[in-house]
Design a protein around this ligand. Structure first.
Ligand code: SF4
Length: 319
């Protein structure tokens, strides 16, 4: 194994992203409300190797998308670091859930791709041929160059979104729910496209998805996020076959066909607490069927799952 193999392509170290909001005049004076801090990402340590896909799962509002945006530099971190090959330099591109909203409706494909190529320093005279090459790579053609986003189907728009990300020749891409806005029949085509790109170029992905079947199919490793924190991470097969955290067990019990777990569906009581005022100790304690006194008093530390290298869980039950 070379030195390069040892250094993750992307690593987050104690990454935090908080959002601060001030209440309006009436809320401040009549209800006595103060500034609110939403802890969307609250101390995340992750790594992704070259050519690897890390799937990131969790309920909506758990901070997955914010984490992805901080990693590619769309949001600055409140604390902590994002490292690329061990250096604190921004990098990576993003593929968004809704390709229509992320493409400027007044720009043609030529303009959309040309802007990225200009940023990459591609000379003007080479931009058309490079744009055509990108379009062909994602299954479109030169005939699409002068069309606007509204003239494409949802699947074609996502292909343009992929081409735009590729225009920067990234080694790392955050794909945020890349197929959830698409018809089921088109989803497989886009997933195959992403898999093919990885085989061809060795690009790494952080795949954010609420669809566990998609994550199971695409990811080498999986991280489970709950209320701003990672609660479990491991190789895809071992995490799906042997989930160690009560939250992961509940998530996976909804789709028993993916894992070997034959247990009945675990229905969690209660709702996800607010990231403005997360519970003390373990953040899952308000919904956990195994809650103990220590869960309220102390935040769980990461514990390795026995006999399964790389499988780590944050839960007092495993300590
Ligand atoms: Fe449940 Fe306690 Fe484990 Fe949290 S630490 S998941 S509350 S058992």
């Amino acid at each position: 194994m070379s030195m390069r193999d040892n250094v993750p392509l992307v690593q987050t170290v104690g990454l935090r992203r908080y959002f601060f909001s001030k209440p309006g005049f009436l809320a401040r004076t009549l209800a006595g409300q103060r500034e609110r801090t939403t802890k969307a990402v609250d101390g995340v340590d992750l790594f992704i190797h070259e050519g690897e896909t890390l799937g990131l799962v969790g309920e909506s509002g758990c901070g997955k998308s914010t984490l992805g945006r901080v990693i590619v530099g769309l949001y600055p971190p409140t604390a902590g670091q994002v490292l690329y090959e061990g250096r604190a330099e921004p990098g990576g591109q993003m593929i968004f859930q809704n390709p229509y909203a992320s493409l400027n409706p007044r720009h043609t494909v030529r303009q959309i791709l040309g802007f990225c190529l200009e940023k990459r320093g591609v000379p003007l005279e080479d931009r058309e041929s490079e744009s055509v090459r990108l379009l062909e790579r994602v299954g479109l053609t030169a005939l699409h160059l002068d069309q606007y986003p509204r003239q494409f189907s949802g699947g074609q728009r996502q292909r343009i979104g992929v081409a735009r990300a590729l225009a920067m020749r990234p080694r790392f891409i955050v794909a945020d729910e890349p197929v959830s806005a698409l018809d089921v029949s088109v989803q497989a085509q886009i997933l195959n496209l992403l898999e093919g790109l990885q085989e061809e170029t060795g690009v790494s992905f952080l795949l954010i998805s609420h669809d566990l079947a998609v994550v199971h199919h695409m990811s080498h490793r999986v991280a489970v996020m709950y209320l701003g924190k990672i609660v479990e991470t491991g190789r895809t097969e071992s995490l799906f076959e042997n989930p160690a955290h009560p939250y992961t067990q509940a998530l996976l019990s909804a789709i028993p066909r993916l894992g070997k777990t034959k247990s009945a569906r675990i229905r969690l009581q209660g709702t996800v607490p607010s990231a403005v005022d997360p519970p003390p100790g373990c953040r899952f304690q308000t919904r956990c069927p195994h809650k103990m006194d220590v869960c309220v008093e102390m935040e769980p530390r990461p514990v390795g799952v026995k006999g399964d290298p790389g499988h780590v869980v944050w839960c007092h039950l495993r300590a």
